[in-house]
Ligand binder design. Structure first.
Ligand SMILES: C[S@@+](CC[C@H](N)C(=O)[O-])C[C@H]1O[C@@H](n2cnc3c(N)ncnc32)[C@H](O)[C@@H]1O
Length: 332
């Protein structure tokens, strides 16, 4: 069952060209993909050099299973996995040349109805990325006090109708399924918002998902810890999808004394990617680099020597080196 789902796991990665170009991948280095998801970015990193190592993290067992099916066979010596929240990861002394995180949910998490992330499919109100731990959305919706619910929907959903939605939820609960909840929310907002650009339940579902998975707190903790896991000169790149996340990335990168910010303004998707993949329209990529100390200059010299002999041309990715049996990697 798990394998069948894993095989069907299909997520379209965003900002791949930009991510790989900025990472400037070096041979004989170790990389960390803190949100491997469908394995798209992980695979691109692995395809850049034959003698690098990648540790792929995800808190979702379904994602880890899918990436194992997709990549473990091709990269048995290079790829290893860790399932859990990236904020709880312990590198045990490893120092990475690059760390990436691509936040939020993957397309399969949204599309597998039983996960309860989407208001488009009827499913129990779950929304946990890691289904082995934590509270579900149903527990929040059916048990929190009205004021706490309104604050949650307002802060994490940036929903202007938070108070009336919270009131309606409390009046009509218990809710069992995603669609029951979505219908109640739709009936609460003024008519002109019911058929607007986004479904009226979008922001409330975002707020519930953030709380269920403690997304912002995990992100804050991760950004505070991860610079310590980088080699001097190593880079960290984070892709976020809404302003609450982007604000955290921007401020914590800027305020971390180990880091220099590389991207003063976030990198966004080019028009061709935005047309091909609407999800990329809200994606923002920020990069920072671990500062060099005097003792680190030796490392920097070695790195530039290696870079000189390393043709890290992104076009290479299209017609990648041997062995040819590996999946072809397209950066569209
Ligand atoms: C947008 S997807 C990543 C897609 C991936 N970059 C790709 O190219 O296929 C986000 C993934 O991050 C995972 N995730 C989100 N928050 C996490 C956290 N705090 N710790 C570990 N994984 C997390 C989700 O389970 C999901 O699989």
């Amino acid at each position: 069952m798990e394998t069948q789902k894993a095989a069907a796991f299909n997520h379209r990665s965003v900002l791949s060209r930009e991510l790989i170009a900025e990472l400037d991948i070096l041979p004989k280095s170790i990389y960390l993909d803190a949100t491997t998801g469908g394995g798209g970015h992980s695979e691109l990193i692995l395809a850049q050099e034959e003698n690098l190592k990648l540790i792929a993290i995800d808190r979702d067992a379904m994602a880890i299973a899918a990436v194992k099916v997709r990549l473990a066979h091709y990269y048995p010596q290079q790829l290893s996995f860790w399932q859990g929240n990236f904020a709880s990861y312990e590198p045990n002394g490893l120092l990475f040349t690059g760390i990436i995180a691509d936040l939020g949910v993957s397309s399969p998490q949204l599309d597998v109805a039983e996960r309860g992330f989407s208001f488009r499919h009827t499913a129990p109100l779950d929304m946990r990325m890691d289904r082995s731990t934590g509270i579900t959305a149903a527990e929040i919706v059916n048990h929190w006090q009205e004021v706490a619910l309104a604050d949650l929907i307002y802060q994490y959903g940036e929903e202007r109708f938070a108070r009336r939605i919270a009131k309606k939820i409390v009046q009509n609960r218990p809710f069992k399924t995603t669609t029951e909840l979505a219908e109640a929310i739709a009936a609460t907002v003024p008519g002109k918002y019911r058929h607007g650009r986004i479904h009226p339940a979008t922001r409330t579902f975002q707020a519930l998902r953030i709380e269920v998975n403690q997304e912002l707190k995990s992100l804050e903790k991760f950004i505070d810890l991860a610079p310590n896991w980088l080699k001097p000169g190593g880079k960290i790149g984070i892709i976020s999808f809404h302003s609450l996340e982007d604000r955290i990335v921007k401020h914590r990168f800027r305020d971390n004394e180990l880091l220099d910010v590389i991207t003063k303004k976030p990198i966004t998707a080019q028009p061709d990617e935005q047309r091909a993949n609407p999800r990329s329209r809200s994606a923002k990529l920020r990069f920072a680099q671990r500062k060099m100390g005097v003792a680190d200059l030796k490392y920097e010299t070695e790195k530039s020597d290696r870079s000189a002999s390393h043709s890290s041309n992104i076009a290479d990715v299209h017609h990648h080196r041997t062995p040819t049996s590996k999946p072809r990697i397209l950066l569209d």
